[in-house]
Design a binder for this molecule. Structure first.
Ligand code: GAL
Length: 995
């Protein structure tokens, strides 16, 4: 028994029994019965428990109830085990194809009544759209078969097993099986029947499968049909009423290509679909046809003859409460959100999504790279020894997986590339998959990133290259070879279209440098863009011991091995909140480019094929962020790839405020993904007159003092600020630390172009080594002058001889207080610094400082290598909205290029701070937070942050960039902050005035 069982769970065979060949997932009018809903359920710790439950008369009275579809580990409050998160690691011993005896096994049972009238069906088919990872199914005690391939559809012929009236279906699901070795994607391990279960009545004379391949050239559509049906199904009729198509095929031999005139093409921008039916006397299939031609010409990937640029995201199926269970409303909203953020492409990392997702992609308009359910990354650890990708025993499973992938989704116009899988090394089984796809679908190219040398794939793909690495692929420099390639292989790869299947790792606060990759896309036609890793965090909603809800990541469920918060690397937080990176992405990839030139602007349409007739161009003029004029620009329709010149409105330039012209390109009408007025692209044009920076009054009468005095609205004791505008204040204190971002914490070694990092050691470790998080200070001098105070502090950390000298000069100028801080590092600092700033503590007192109004970059946070989404304007936000709730607390909230800032307390203005530029014209940024960087750095989850009684204002002369080092390149040198002398000059006036 035991050996039989272990032979079963460790068998690489993809399926057995009455498992039917793969076919399209079709919308048919043939009868169907959903078996979703409550099933009886029992979980056993091993696979060896007797399969007695399949019998018709078995009593499942003692069992629990589990919903189908669901993952059992997410149901029952932990009664059915817990989720496990790993990236590359296998959560079981690497002993292929075996899995441990500790193999959670879920037994499912339910009864159903065979609908009356189904007795006339020719066949009854039981379809499972997704079961993780290996399952066997019985109907009325008769074994129908079994299968693996968690994110693939499986159909069983159960005609002989069903009976009129009452039936019982039993399913046994093993969490671990041989298939687990080829499903090692970076995600939660979530067993169970997690997609729909449906019973289908297949009519005699029905249509088994249909494929309407399409093509498009200059107004002319082409349909190359394939109908799989018995001879008895004919005649079969194709109807596309909108195009006047009614094509009757009397026999299978007559099913030949047809030309259709007057057709509008399908594209991700204009997803034109035509309703079609393919019908026999017994069954009618509804399809939506999109006409488009996919081709590779040289190193160009074209749809309808035009080069495609992917502004894409990697999309996992992830829902904070349901895991990979598909929630159509949630998915549709997610896709609409992608459209609103200028995402035009999806890579279905790393498996086929729920089939309905592709219907939504066709309809909303996305270029889709559809990926097969395959990854064996854990073999990397053992030098790829035993990797199934090159083991003949696994060939049937590999072929089965790609066949199920392609067959299920072949009708979708949105699918433009097939991907064999992800991170499965390389080997003959992958080559065999590719050959199968080429034979089956001659049009759509095959992608697989792991085919570094280009032996069997049609496009060249890299993940996380540095900008110079990516650029090397785009240029034909024969002297530089590509990853793992000989010169000849490099030349072969350079002859293909190039894309980045993953880039810009969006973990935590980051990434930086979207703009640098985007610049390459415009410079080099060979580069077709890429797919950000990744669309959303995979946090699972959990509750802390004190009842606070939070989004759990690896380790939060007591896993034996796990990969922590590496699963929180999306541009969207788990609760659907867009992070600043998503705004940055939107701004960088916006489909219009504006070039201002005096009274004119050139507007370039960067789209694939859509013109600008769907847009209106609204303008406004602001003086220090206050709108003084606005209107609509008359912009001629600009065709894709073209530029149009427009005359700009006359701008009233203010002599004593900054004058900015802002143009928003907005949707002229409602779409399915956004309302009229939604901003698609924005540009700003600075019309400000140059104004002199007020000089500080030189003071010569410095004399030693005790530092206890009042200067205007500021009180000092011992040289330190104690009260400002009638409120208790501490500071200014030098702050060089930021709560490390996930990129700061990564010891990753992708250093090219970034000589500031140390291989194998994270920036955060270097900062902690140098004591940036625990600086102490010694006051060297305190001096007074008329209406002025000067202190000099030496700031350094325990057991370090490195130091920073901080000179602080307070003075009163008219009714304004001026603070000048000179920050000067000693020699010998060798690492980059996270920030150069000064910290003020603002204890709550009777009314806390709880908000900010500012003129500068906003409303989003911004960092030196992520500045495109933030625009110059006047903004206001409560303190809670100035930070992003990253799943693991970290640096957040920096607003760059500050001009002035007003701290508010309820409706009161507490102080107004004007930031003067330094001699190089650089302006500081600020953060206002309820926690210090040190407190934030301590917390693993937001709920671990201590209760706060103080607001913390940090004015930064400079901040370090963000980079992508959690998985990819470190901060680009230009945006890396090296220790250096900096000056801060702030002018401060007091309140309270009411806002
Ligand atoms: C890639 C992998 C993704 C994900 C990413 C890092 O190597 O393909 O699945 O793990 O790294 O988040």
């Amino acid at each position: 028994m035991l050996s039989e069982l272990s032979a079963y769970v460790s068998d690489p065979a993809p399926g057995h029994g009455a498992l039917l060949p793969a076919r399209s997932w079709l919308h048919s009018d043939a009868a169907a019965l959903s078996l979703n809903g409550p099933w009886r359920f029992r979980l056993s710790p091993t696979a060896s428990v007797a399969a007695d439950f399949v019998a018709d008369d078995f009593s499942d009275d003692g069992w629990g109830t589990l919903a189908v579809p669901a993952h059992w580990v997410l149901e029952g409050d932990g009664a059915y085990g817990r989720p496990i998160y790993t990236n590359i690691q296998y959560p079981f011993p690497i002993d292929p194809p075996h899995v441990p005896d500790e193999n959670p096994t879920g037994d499912y049972r339910r009864r159903f009544d065979l609908p009356e009238g189904w007795s006339g069906a020719e066949r009854i088919v039981l379809r499972f759209d997704g079961v993780e990872s290996l399952f066997t199914v019985w109907v009325n005690g008769v074994e129908a078969g079994g299968a693996s391939g968690s994110r693939l559809a499986h159909e069983f012929d159960v005609t002989d097993a069903v009976r009129p009236g009452d039936n019982v279906v039993a399913v046994r699901v093993h969490q671990w099986s041989a298939a687990s070795y080829v499903e090692d994607q970076d995600q939660w391990w979530l067993p169970g029947i997690f997609r729909d279960v449906t019973l289908l009545a297949r009519p005699a004379g029905g249509i088994e499968d249909v494929w309407l391949r399409t093509g498009y050239t200059a107004g002319q559509g082409r349909i190359d049909p394939e109908v799989t049906a018995d001879a008895s199904a004919f005649p079969v009729t194709l109807r596309i009423p909108e195009l006047g198509v009614e094509q009757v095929w009397a026999t299978a031999a007559e099913v030949v290509p047809l030309e259709v005139a007057g057709v509008e093409p399908w594209s991700a921008e204009e997803p034109r679909l035509y309703e079609a039916t393919v019908s026999s006397a017994a069954e009618s299939i509804a399809l939506r046809v999109g006409f488009r031609t996919v081709e590779i010409r040289g190193d160009q990937f074209l749809v309808n003859g035009r080069r495609v640029v992917f502004h894409g995201v990697n999309r996992h199926e992830a829902h904070p409460e349901r895991g990979r269970v598909f929630d159509e409303r949630h998915a549709r909203e997610d896709l609409a959100r992608m459209k609103r953020f200028n995402v035009n492409a999806i890579r279905t990392s790393h498996y086929p999504p729920h089939p309905r997702l592709l219907d939504l992609a066709d309809e909303l308009g996305f270029w889709v790279v559809l990926e097969c359910d395959l990854e064996t990354h854990g073999f990397d650890k053992v030098g790829w020894v035993g990797n199934p990708s090159d083991d003949p025993a696994w060939r049937p499973a590999y072929l089965d997986r790609i066949q199920r992938t392609v067959e299920r989704d072949k009708n979708h116009p949105s699918v433009v590339i097939w991907s064999l899988g992800n991170e499965a090394g390389t080997g003959s089984n992958l080559a065999a998959m590719s050959a199968w796809v080429h034979a089956r679908d001659a049009e759509r190219p095959v992608h697989y990133e792991g085919d570094h040398t280009g032996e069997y794939t049609d496009v060249y793909s890299l993940m996380y290259p540095t900008v110079p690495e990516a650029e090397r692929v785009c240029t034909d420099d024969a002297s530089s070879t590509l990853l793992d390639c000989t010169p000849a292989q490099s030349a072969r790869q350079r002859g293909k279209p190039f894309l980045l299947c993953e880039y810009a790792h969006a973990m935590g606060n980051g990434p930086g440098a979207f703009d640098q990759y985007e610049a390459l896309v415009h410079e080099y036609p060979r580069l077709h863009g890429g797919f950000v890793w990744e669309w959303r965090d995979h946090g699972l909603l959990a509750t802390a011991s004190d009842g606070t809800p939070y989004y759990a990541y690896g380790g939060d469920f007591g896993e034996v091995v796990h990969d922590g918060n590496f699963v929180m690397d999306g541009m969207l937080l788990s609760d659907d909140v867009p992070t600043p990176s998503l705004h940055e992405f939107k701004a960088v990839v916006q489909p219009l480019r504006f070039a201002f030139d005096g009274e004119k602007a050139a507007i370039t349409n960067l789209r694939h094929s859509a013109d600008t007739s769907d847009l209106r161009f609204l303008w406004r003029v602001e003086h220090d962020g206050v709108s003084v004029d606005s209107g609509e620009l008359d912009v001629p329709v600009v065709a894709a790839g073209e530029s149009g010149r427009v005359t700009l409105p006359r701008v009233a330039v203010s002599p004593d405020a900054e004058t900015w012209l802002t143009i928003d390109a907005v949707l002229a009408t409602d779409t399915t993904w956004a309302a009229e007025g939604h901003v698609v692209a924005t540009a700003q044009y600075d019309h400000s007159v140059r104004r002199p920076v007020p000089r500080a009054r030189p003071r010569a009468d410095w004399r030693p003092g005790d530092g206890t005095l009042t200067l205007g609205i500021a009180d000092f004791a011992g040289g330190s600020l104690t009260r400002l505008a009638g409120r208790a204040v501490t500071g200014p204190r030098l702050e060089l630390f930021r709560a490390p971002t996930d990129n700061d914490e990564s010891p990753g070694d992708r250093l090219e172009g970034s000589d500031d990092s140390v291989a194998g050691v994270s920036s955060a470790d270097l900062w902690r080594r140098d004591g940036l998080d625990r600086l102490t200070s010694r006051r060297v001098t305190v001096e007074h002058a008329t209406d002025a105070l000067r202190t000099v502090d030496k700031v350094s950390a325990a057991d370090s001889a490195l130091s920073v000298t901080v000179e602080t000069i307070w003075s009163v100028e008219g009714d304004e207080l001026e603070l000048r801080v000179e920050i000067e590092p000693s020699s010998g600092w060798r690492t980059v610094w996270p920030r150069i700033g000064v910290h003020f503590g603002l204890p709550d007192g009777t009314a806390p400082v709880d908000g900010a109004e500012w003129f500068g970059l906003g409303p989003f946070e911004s960092y030196p290598d992520s500045l495109h989404a933030a625009r110059t304007g006047l903004f206001a936000a409560p303190v809670g909205e100035l930070s992003v709730d990253y799943a693991r607390p970290q640096e957040t909230g920096h607003r760059s290029q500050l001009r002035h800032l007003t701290l508010t307390s309820g409706a009161d203005r507490v102080v107004r701070i004007t930031a003067l530029p330094d001699t190089q014209g650089r302006r500081p940024g600020f953060t206002l937070s309820r926690h210090t960087p040190q407190q934030i750095a301590e917390a693993r989850h937001p709920f671990e942050l201590p209760d706060s009684t103080t607001s913390h204002l940090i004015i930064d002369a400079a901040q370090h960039g963000l980079g992508s080092r959690a998985c990819g390149p470190d901060v680009w040198p230009e945006f890396a902050l090296r220790p250096e002398a900096r000056t801060l000059r702030l002018r401060i006036t007091g309140g309270p005035t009411t806002t």
